[in-house]
Ligand binder design. Sequence first.
Ligand SMILES: Nc1ncnc2c1ncn2[C@@H]1O[C@H](COP(=O)(O)OP(=O)(O)OP(=O)(O)O)[C@@H](O)[C@H]1O
Ligand SMILES: [Mg+2]
Length: 456
Amino acid sequence: MLKFAPDTEVLLLDDDEHLRTALCQTFELAGIRVQAQGSAEGLLDALPAQWPGVVVSDIRMPGMDGLQLLDELAGIDAQLPVLLITGHGDVPLAVQAMRAGAYDFLQKPFASDLLLDSVRRALDVRRLVLENRQLRMALAGQQQLGERLLGHSVAARRLRQQVQALAPLPADVLILGETGSGKEVVARTLHDLSPRCNAPFVAINAGALAESVIESELFGHEAGAFTGAQKKRIGKFEYAQGGTIFLDEIESMNPEVQVKLLRLLQERVVERVGSNQLIPLDIRVIAATKEDLLLAADEGRFRADLYYRLNVAQIQIPPLRERQDDILPLFTHFMGQACQKYQIAEPELPAVKRVLLLGHDWPGNVRELQNAAERFALGLDLAISTPLQDLAGKEGLPLPQQVEAFERALIAAELAREHSSLREVAEALQIPRKTLHDKIRKYGLDQSSVGGNPPG
Ligand SMILES: Nc1ncnc2c1ncn2[C@@H]1O[C@H](COP(=O)(O)OP(=O)(O)OP(=O)(O)O)[C@@H](O)[C@H]1O
Ligand SMILES: [Mg+2]
């Protein structure tokens, strides 16, 4: 079968061996890397995706002729330039080919300069087409990222950058984050922005599987491998072939399965229970944990070697309470979403409630925030209980300091809303602008998001 060298620029197809040799020489002398063969046989299967080259083909060839080839190539990549070489008297055919989308045609005999000019132009066009495609893909990816992983905070932006950078790579990823912080969304986004996006994404919760079934769930089994195994079964790893496997709550995986997983990750093969046949795997593994796995390893609950193997690339999702800037925008977003879902008007979010939201420590992270926003949209209580004194962590201080802390939190909450000027902020708080300026200075508050250019 035809084997493509990755740096080939011209693929030359011609059944005339003399012409082939001559043309190859022409290309080589011009510094253009060429590969040649006598027919189109095997080309369609061997053609790499997004190949940065051009095809130069004779029209009349045994097997598939130039026109058929053009047609087939158009089905794979309609923008791949194809230059056709025609014999004497084939001009009507060539015209037909141009109509069908051929890049150019040359009638034999032709000056080699003519061929080289045309090929160089076609290579330029090809480069531009590929560049354009790549830009569009990156843009679409960025848009998807922005829609799925919300947040303006520095941490949220960093998270999106990390996901975008890691998604296209073949590396396994370990995701760390508290409950509800977005581990699963991150894992799915990594898959969807990767070249594996059309293959399966298979999620497994290592903690939720009963010990008795976990091995055959993951690795599959042969018929008769154990009592009750009547039929052969494909495991999740095999099922995810070509795609991504998401191992959630990896910290709760039992030690025996840990050993098997380690071997699978090292050797990239799977062995069904009761079989000794090794099946090669092409999968990307994304694992997620809420726990400090190194600590778990120190305490003997998790294999250190498995930790190091999983931890090829790491994404840490900070808890919501450490990215305060995300709380109100996310809350407003989820509230809007809920109102749309239930077809109700968006309620106003009073400043006191904002302070309450900012002061809460969100142990359930984004999930908890989403639920609170939905409840609030429906006119129910926020159901977050933060004692007022805790809002600024000033419990135990004299009353004036507590009042100041509360005042500071109220002003900070108003500043975080989408105001176009400080005058608007002052109006919302119903204080003079001068007073607002003084208090912003006094409390060292950040006013950078006011003025319609929120960061990010
Ligand atoms: N940055 C974000 N932007 C928008 N939605 C988010 C974001 N992070 C999380 N979510 C949403 O919050 C909810 C919880 O996220 P997810 O299920 O990914 O968390 P998790 O870390 O896997 O939680 P658990 O540890 O409990 O399994 C989901 O509805 C998810 O869509
Ligand atoms: Mg999860």
